[in-house]
Design a protein. Sequence first.
Lengths: 845, 102
Amino acid sequence: MNSETGFDPALYKRFPTQGERPPGELEALEDVWCGPKGWQWITAINNNFVGVYYVGAAMLFFVLAGALAVLMRTQLAVPMNGFLPQETYNQFFTVHGTVMMFLFAVPAVEALGVLLLPQMLGARDLPFPRLSAYAFWAYLIGGLAFFGSLFFGLAPNGGWFMYPPLTSMAWSPGINADFWLLGIGFIEISAIAGAIEIIVGVLRTRAPGMTLDKLPVFAWAMLIFAGMIVIAFPSIILSTLLLELERALGWPFFDPLKGGDPLLWQHLFWFFGHPEVYIIFLPAAGAMSTIIPAMARTPLVGHRLVVLAMLATGFISFGVWAHHMFTTGMPTISTSFFSAASMAVSVPAGVQVFAWIATLAAGRMRFNTPGLFVVGGLIIFVMGGLTGVMVAMVPFDWQAHDSYFIVAHLHYVLIGGMVFPMFAAIYYWLPMTSSRPLSERLGKWVFWLMFAGMHLTFLPMHLTGLMGMPRRVYTWLPDRGWEWPNLISTVGAFLFAAAVLVWIIDMARNFRPFGGRDAGNVFDGPGLEWLPTGLYSVRSIPVVTSLYPLWDQKRLAADVEAGRYFLPNTATGERETLVTSTLNAEPQYLQRMPKPSAWHVWAAVFTAAFFLLLTVQAYWPSVICGVLGVYCMLQWCWFLDRPLAQTTVDIGAGITVPTYASGPSSHGWLAMVITLVVAGMVAALAGFSYVFLWSRNPANWAPPPGTLSMACVVAGNAAAALLAWLSCRSLRLARPRGAVVAAVMMAAAAALIVGAWRLDLDAWWAAGLRPAVNAQGATVYALLSWQGCFAGIIALMGPYAVLRWLAGHVRADRPSTYDLIALFIVYSAGQGAFAALLPRLFPGG
Amino acid sequence: MRRWAWMLGGLIVWTVHFMGIYAIASLADVVSRADDPAWRMAGLAFSGACLLMALAIAARAARRLRRTTDPSTRFGDQLALLGGGVAAVAIVWQALPTVIGY
């Protein structure tokens, strides 16, 4: 094998090591990775805890949103029903859709990743466990506050995609829509945090030898899923920001009277919204591709094709957003392009489906509960996929648009593509996490009730839709032939609810605090997650030589448990994990892992409070919570970047690696790059919004300010980037005054970014452009506001860099913090230049 | 990064293609008409260029596969070959509206 980092792959031959390990190693591991006691469970950061909390919270939201669905189906059971008032119904369907998409589907699969990936990859934990914990607490608090708005009549009521002008101030004057905009925007930040964790985790914490061809399909799926979040979610963050700015400050992005266009919302929303479907589907498909081989006791047929299909799905998902807009009057050639792209999606989806069927046929399938759920999910997903091809055809879509046919289609795709695989995953992997399998007898009841209930509910909806019943109506008139289909759908919804109830009973049985807990590898799963584990994950980190290590490496479990592989002890006496290279998973360095603390929990509480108080227009308390949130984050960051006294350690069999890394080879650098990609996507989409609104009304675009201001802004940003880079160079020179010079240059770079932004803002203001007057003003100030956010963060980073120098934390042997601040400043400088150049050069004076 | 770009090369070309033809149609709609013949021909030329690029990636990957035995390198080359092939088919499919579906 060719080496990627200079590591000699021949060293793998030293494993498994021979002989007994020294006594006390296992006890030391258990001591360092001990579980929380009492109230410490709130501050726990280990994935064994946070992953379970995360999955539990996602399933709680599934049950809550499902209860709303049952109430809605009760209302729609018979014509002219008065069970739910119209306004309540509107809030219910909005919250049902929103919670299912944003608080159940995405977090549930992300949670599954946090829970399973460390064990599946052979890592001690994911590389940023506090970030995972922060993301979880932010999501839980924000989600509960969002759902709680129902009990005060303040829940949003404009549908889960919140189209303006319905959601503009004129038609939705209360704060209901604001709950959606601020709540969902905030929750998406938590999803992005989780995605960064997953990308870095999959790329950098794999067991040695786990090259890309041996990477488990589920990990591939999670990697693609997280990459898609990074590209897609900025779009919903930007769109919610723009609509909130329009509602709160009157900036007319979507108001046609002032040059805005409601279609901008649709483009931005669906650029996120359609990939969202695949974001939900892909991890579930990864779970299917993992569970089916285990159940059929044979390797997945067409492994490489399945990986390629998942990658292709990820790419094409960004090319089909406008198929949700076929009825908006786009040019025929454009709709034809999107129609062709939408039909092309069925090819990669089909590859996966045929691979699953071939695996089922090639092996000896076990129809236990996980087996039933994967086969059931496959059937339902194929049915939903077929109606998907139907609605990809423009003439059919014109007929079916906004009818119950679409409701049936989307539920078939999402329930078959995500809910059934999720239940399969719960029944398959729970013995691994709780050391106790769920009941097979109850599980089969759950499956059959859910399978029957699902079809009874949604199959008739195809008919009601084709017979003309529009979606989102709170009642309907008799004598239209809709009576029977609607009644059957309601009966089906109750059956589905009964299935969920039986599942809750089964889960309660499973988590009882008494009885045996020694399930082991009950399904003979082939992945590393089925190795014997403790809170430290695996006892020693194995060398992986197969895609199905537990099937092909016969003594692996015993050798891992005996500590005969990498890191059989705590090499540094602290929490640590092995960081490996991106492609070939070659050992690179040992990462020091954080211990539990409360700062991330408080940060989540205050950030959630900031957004919640902002929504209810309690501005001063909101500001106070914002400041406290920032303080908690700074405290959290302050204790990072601490090198150990031991610069290198033995990680087993005489192989030594460093205990500190900085620059592009470090995991922190990768995380920062991904964060900046998110920011860059927001900036790029803000640029798209500017160009799009110009194309709607080019005659009303006023000339920009003079070129002098542009030159000064660009020069200021360039100088800031240069200084930030020089600061890092100076620190690395390890001269006596290197640290002070670096601190001064970093502070100067920060000041220049803030100054350049202020100069740009003043230039536009002096030119007479105002944000609330027309679309040009709104989009230009939106770009400036986004840059202003970065200037604000940098205004904190500058003094932070100086404070670290004053505290003696800036040294040549620990440059990581300065590297990351410099990277952030360089990006911000580029973004500042973009914000200055685009509105001045396009369309020009 | 280069290895990733190579493995995903075909899919990247596919993405560039569909984003490009959407952009060309939108630009045409602002300047004259979305289905203006000159703009359609520009779109077709763009599709042709992308097709050649996808085929080139697939051909190079096929050549490399014949020479390589290392499993992890082969995996990357196989992804590049399959990605290039899928992209070529998809580009032809998505270029059809330029000729027949407007």
